[in-house]
Design a protein around this ligand. Sequence first.
Ligand SMILES: Cc1cc2nc3c(=O)[nH]c(=O)nc-3n(C[C@H](O)[C@H](O)[C@H](O)COP(=O)(O)OP(=O)(O)OC[C@H]3O[C@@H](n4cnc5c(N)ncnc54)[C@H](O)[C@@H]3O)c2cc1C
Length: 344
Amino acid sequence: MKIAVAGGGVSGSFFASLVENTQDVTVFERQRENVFRAICAWGTSKHEMRRLAVRIGLNFDEYILHEGREMVVKLPDNEFSIKLKGLCTFDKKRFILDMHKRLKIKYSFDVKKEMLNGFDIVVDATGFHRALLPRIARDYYIPTVEYLVEYSSPPFDDFYLMPLTHLGGYLWYFPLSKNRAHVGVGDYFCRHREALDEFVRKYSGEIIDVVGRPVRIAPPHLCTPIAIDGVVGLGESIGAVHPVIGEGIIPGMQCAEILAESLEAGLDQYPSKVLRHFSVFYYIFQFIKKVHNSTFSYLRDFRLLLSPFIYMKFREDRFGMEIRLRDWLKIVTAYRRGRASTKI
Ligand SMILES: Cc1cc2nc3c(=O)[nH]c(=O)nc-3n(C[C@H](O)[C@H](O)[C@H](O)COP(=O)(O)OP(=O)(O)OC[C@H]3O[C@@H](n4cnc5c(N)ncnc54)[C@H](O)[C@@H]3O)c2cc1C
């Protein structure tokens, strides 16, 4: 089959790498090769990434920049630590570019649907842009801003996280290598710049790069159509992102696996397989939306409250951390009612 993949991010590149031996696949990427950026904090879990990378002949361990031991979670009145079991940062840009090296790829190509006539399948892997599929009727996303900071003396030596009020998002400090870190904030209530600036005033370092884009947290159930008129969505374009933690690398790559399998089994099954695989994201999304809207009730929504916890508890290696109910409840109770400000 002749397949066009619009978007050479992690999902599109991984999908193309999975099928390049059996299909005639071309990737079209909007960015230029020499200034390609992988906008992200580069945090992931090494266990699942090892499994995924090995499928395309890459050794994930060669890309790891920092292996976490514990993550400090800062609450308004106290802080606690989460034991890490595989959470790491990795060189996502090099990982993607190494996939590109083996693919047929056209850079500086801003895809519009009519440009891709003549392909049997067109994959929309353009992430938040969703450039080829119809607009989402009820989209939901978190604005973010992120700095790449170099410190002479880093303020933290491991992962650090500070949730924001109403669980609108959180501030992250993800260590890289050579005293560098990705420091960023995502916040549904748009306090992200204010919170990040306060952090960098308190913990100053040299800002090397500034990026920002929204992260879609509307789950696949709301990102319909998932496939229409020969175009199929993949990764963040169809909401393959964990709605509470904003993690999209592994879900995007898992989505690529489902699409690759569906080429063999029948493409018409792809949307239902995606919905089944990410069904828990629907409940996690309902939970976070209620907290954002201040309509969450412990009694009525207890099952929703537990959904992120249970999903992650049974997948500690997959998420790279120890998941404890008391930690989750501490975060929710401290932030649900907006007791705290965005003060760092
Ligand atoms: C600031 C920030 C921090 C994040 N941190 C993490 C993290 O630490 N861990 C994690 O797991 N997730 C994180 N995420 C989420 C994660 O980065 C994304 O969900 C994931 O990268 C989605 O992959 P994707 O390939 O589907 O889309 P993208 O990574 O967005 O890739 C889409 C690609 O398509 C290209 N493109 C767009 N439009 C067109 C077009 N018209 N024609 C051709 N090409 C086009 C883009 O240039 C891009 O290369 C973060 C997101 C943000 C914004």
